[in-house]
Every structure is written in C-alpha cells, then in structure tokens.
Write a protein that binds this ligand. Structure first.
Ligand code: FAD
Length: 333
C-alpha cells in the first residue's frame, strides 16, 4: 500500500474501499460481480477485507481476500484482529495471506466477542489466547518479529477517541487518552494509519494536526487515511454512529432529519454530505498524497457517486493506450 501511495505524483489523491465477507455463497457471487464492476469503473488504489471478532470469519475473510487479490488483481489489505485469537489462528491467517500474495495487514486489537457462540469459541481458545495479544501493538510487534518487512502494516486511530460497546469507557473517549498508545503502536512498525469513521470534519482536522505536530515526530510523514462511511439509510446511519460513537454534527443531522422519511432523498443528501467532507479534507495541506478510505458496507452506488463527484477516480491512461494502439498500426515502426 505505501509503495503504491509513494509512487503517486505529488498532490495526487487516492482512495480505498472496505468490504466484509458475505455469509452465503450467493452473497459471495453477488459481491464478486459488484467488485468486478467497481474495480474497473472506480479503480481504487487498494481494497480492505474485514476480519470477524475472535476469528469468527477467518475462512470467509481469506476467501474474499483471495478473490480480491488473486482473481481481480486488486492490491488487498487484510484486517486481522488479535484479541480472543489463539496464536496458531494468527499464524495461520498470516501464512495464508502470504500464500495468497497479500502484502498488507491492518493490525487491530478487535473487540471482545458479544454473542454466546463467539464467547464459547473464545473460551475454547483461552489456553493460548490473550496471553500473547492484548492490544493491537502486540500484533504489530508479532508481525514484524515473524515477517520482518514482508507486510506493510496499517493501524487504526480514532479522531474522536476510541470507545467500544463491550467495555464502554466514556471517560477515556478522548484522542489524547489514546495518543501515547498510538505513538507506541506506530513506533512498533506501523506504515500507515486508517481512521474510524467520522462525520465531524473539524474533529479530523484537529486530530490530524495533533498527530503531524506531535513532538515524537513519528507522525510527520506517515499516511493518515480518513475513514468515511457513505450514508445508505437513516437507520443504518443512526446505528453505526451509535456503535462507533461518532458525532453527527447538528447541520448534518438537520439536513438528514429533513428528508428522513424518503430513503432515496436520504441517499442523495448523504452523497452531497460525503462529497463535501471529501472536498473539505482535500483542501487541507497534506505532507503526503491525500487518501480516503470508504466503509462501503459492500454497497456500490453511494460510494461511486462520491468518488465521481469529488474526482477521486484516477485518470485512465489514455495516452498510454493511444501509444499502444499506434504501435499496433501497420507500418508504424
Ligand atoms: P488498540 O490500538 O489496542 O487500542 C484499543 C484501546 O486500548 C484504545 O482506547 C487505546 O487507547 C487503549 N490502549 C492501547 N494500548 C493500551 C495499553 N497498553 N494500556 C491501556 N490502554 C491501552 N474490528 C474487527 O473486529 N474487525 C475488523 O475488521 C475491524 N476493522 C477496523 C478498521 C478500522 C479502520 C478501525 C478504525 C477499526 C476496526 N475495527 C475492526 C474495530 C477495532 O477492532 C476496535 O475499535 C477495537 O476496540 C480497538 O482496536 P485497535 O486496533 O484500535 O486497538
């Protein structure tokens, strides 16, 4: 991922798309066609594949990662969580990723499993889980120890502070609380930072400034990729912002409240809101090429409109194509 970012011309923008593994084979088939269309039409710099708590989606995440990396030729970043994961599961996932030609891992702690099924699985694994891996930094260190520089490693960050549902800790939901841990996690070997979804662009501005100016200097040039979630429906928005503890600024909420009974209008206003957010962030000074990460929820339309509106789709290599065609013309030396 970082090699591709660094190869972009100065001032270029790029974007990535997140997908999660569907539960059924029909879901996989549908997603595969959607991925084919999206990768051809939108040309993301890379895609990411999520990982279920405690390894609950391990096989399906790897299957989707294989489709992306091998079949569609997309640069793929596999999410990997470490809490409630045995070391052998982590070893298997990393080995499998390597076999598939995947060079990028988003190293995460993950959350405590919520459902009974996962809890039982976690108890079975208790023998060697939690001892090696408590925080995401443990996974970053482990990957670096086992694989050196083979994997490009991304880590998560939270412009509005970290919080999770299983252990709500509101007094700690403050980016300043996370900061020393993010410094350590980055020093341990992170190559890029990807943020939690947010709608408050000012929170992102402040967060990015805080990192870039941090006295440690570790965030000076590292790519900090803002995570954005296209608005698919009013209900999904309310649910995901509640789960992620992302604030909905009053102007955004007002615009959506005004149309909330009309799903189609919510989507349209949502595309406008997200496009404005991208344009705002694009205007910020950037020390690296400016990237955007979209939580697609496996859906196609909203993100397609947003990347079109904001001119994030990379230009086609028309000149190269013309040269290639010219070279095929009979009589052309
Ligand atoms: P950490 O970096 O370990 O931080 C977790 C919390 O612990 C923070 O509040 C931090 O300040 C604190 N902390 C860290 N180290 C210490 C320490 N030594 N002592 C005390 N406190 C400490 N979850 C999934 O299950 N699957 C996914 O695919 C997935 N993808 C994600 C993608 C992105 C871009 C993001 C932002 C999140 C994703 N998550 C995913 C959610 C993530 O797993 C949770 O937010 C999790 O609660 C924290 O993970 P982390 O990697 O940020 O943890």
């Amino acid at each position: 991922v970082t090699d591709k970012i660094n190869a972009l011309p100065e001032g270029a923008n790029y974007f990535s798309l997140e997908f999660f593994p569907p539960k059924t084979s029909m879901g996989f088939a549908n997603l595969q066609s959607r991925l084919e269309r999206m990768s051809q039409a939108l040309r993301p710099l890379f895609v990411t594949v999520t990982w279920g708590a405690g390894g609950s989606t391990a096989a399906k995440s790897l299957e989707l990662a294989e489709i992306c990396q091998r079949q569609l030729g997309l640069t793929t970043c596999l999410h990997l969580t470490c809490t409630n994961m045995s070391r052998s599961l982590i070893d298997e996932a990393l080995e499998q990723a390597k076999v598939l030609g995947i060079r990028n891992i988003l190293a995460l702690r993950g959350d405590a499993p919520r459902s009974e099924e996962y809890r039982n699985e976690a108890q079975l694994l208790e023998g060697d889980s939690n001892k090696d891996f408590t925080w995401a930094i443990d996974l970053v260190r482990y990957i670096r120890k086992q694989y050196g520089d083979y994997f490009c490693i991304g880590v998560a960050a939270y412009p509005e502070g970290h919080s999770d549902e299983s252990t709500p800790n509101p007094e700690h939901q403050d980016p300043l609380f996370d900061l020393p841990y993010l410094v350590d996690k980055t020093k341990a070997g992170a190559d890029f930072i990807m943020t939690q979804l947010f709608f408050d662009v000012k929170a992102f501005d402040t967060f990015e400034k805080m990192l870039r100016e941090h006295e440690s200097g570790v965030f000076k040039t590292i790519p900090i990729i803002p995570g954005l979630m296209p608005i698919q429906s009013y209900q999904i928005l309310r649910r995901t912002t509640k789960l992620s503890h992302a604030k909905l600024p009053t102007d955004i909420l007002g615009r959506l409240d005004a149309v909330k009974s009309d799903d189609e209008l919510v989507k349209q206003v949502g595309v406008q809101i997200l496009s404005e957010m991208v344009d705002h962030i694009k205007k910020r000074p950037s020390v690296t090429q400016r990237g955007f990460h979209f939580y697609t929820l496996n859906l196609e339309k909203a993100v397609s409109h947003i990347v079109e509106n904001t001119h994030l789709i990379p230009p086609t290599l028309i000149e190269d194509d013309e040269e290639a065609i010219a070279s095929l013309t009979p009589g052309n030396p």
